[in-house]
Design a protein around this ligand. Sequence first.
Ligand code: ADP
Ligand code: MG
Length: 323
Amino acid sequence: KSVAELIAAGEVIERPSSVIKELVENSIDAGARHITVEIKHGGISYMRITDDGCGIAYAQMPTAFLRHATSKIRTGDDLTGIMTMGFRGEALASVAAVAKIEMMSRQDGDELGGRYIIEGGEEKEHESCGCPTGTTIVIKELFYNTPARLKFLKKDISEGNFIAATVDRLALSHPDISFRFIRDNKSVRMTSGDGSLLSAAKAVSGRQFADSLIPVDFSLNGIDVSGYVSSPLFCRNSRSMQTFFVNTRYIKSTTCMAALEEAYRNSMMVGKFPACILNISLSPETVDVNVHPAKTEIRFAYEKPVFDAVYFAVKNALVNAAD
Ligand code: ADP
Ligand code: MG
């Protein structure tokens, strides 16, 4: 691998949780109904993602690991209106450059599937094999060939916690998909995939938290805001439970945070922060998702209408709950 390629890989794949995010997004794009994520040692030694999505045709397996060889090809115009999660055709190539990967996949209707092994960007094996419909990817020894990156990682437990948070966000933004998370041989998370955000929130944050949530469902100027906010009594000591999605993508936005907190201004105890799980749906043209692939910070073409929509959505929900 050339240095340039390894650097490019490092920009998409910062740590184990970036691998999980990219690969689970691929499973979501593949139409999976069930996704299992298994990790060992914070994902550094072992990560497995299994889905029951559409699978990859045997002949397409090598192509999937080529940079920019996305099957989700779009025109320049499409790029501004992105709806699928992945669109750069960079993730698999980037992971493959810095890890050892084994993929097994079968498309519905194919008698046999394929098994593909690629290590440090080099194909090691490609053969037919029997396997269930869908895709399983095992990633071993992340950053084994980039010691500097490996050294930069935190302890297993912190990397594992980043992954857990990533899986939780993906589960909350896709309540219609059943997620299972296995960490060091223990099943630590399971969502039902019944389509209800509240039941996903219960699985992720516990019944006591979920039972205190106030529903939000509001539209302003073509911006829909829906989900849940915490009762003022359940505000937290940090912002770690403020979860925003824009068109089902987890994002960080100071505008959304400010709007949420402004709506609580008079009902919140000093030094406390409201929690939320809010979905903001707006026309994709007004969101710049073509920012750095590993970053979650988002820019809105128009910040003020987003602020207003979130602010009034939350305000309205709090007023209704108080009645
Ligand atoms: P992108 O998602 O941007 O297209 P990726 O590198 O993430 O690029 O994936 C490359 C291609 O591999 C995808 O376009 C898709 O065709 C295929 N692929 C990857 N993961 C899966 C999966 N879990 N199920 C089916 N196809 C997949
Ligand atoms: Mg992708």
